[in-house]
Design a protein around this ligand. Structure first.
Ligand code: SF4
Length: 67
């Protein structure tokens, strides 16, 4: 079961573009698993809520998601 607890973003090479995208959010499950959620999926059906990682190409990518 997942909750909506959000964690600070940290760039991770395994995430590909999502690792530095401003539309990505990290979600932690109750069991401590880490998921990356694409917030573009809330309003645009072309994007998957939980994209398979790493994302290597994405038209919705916008930098600025991690510090
Ligand atoms: S817009 Fe693309 S790169 Fe950005 S979080 Fe969504 S799937 Fe990842």
């Amino acid at each position: 079961m997942m909750n909506d607890r959000r964690e600070p973003r940290q760039a991770d090479a395994r995430e590909g573009l999502c690792g530095t995208c401003r539309h990505a959010r990290v979600i932690m499950s109750d069991k401590g698993s880490r998921f990356l959620m694409c917030e573009r999926a809330k309003t645009d059906p072309r994007y998957r809520r939980y994209p398979p990682l790493p994302v290597l190409s994405c038209q919705g990518y916008e930098p600025g998601g991690s510090s």
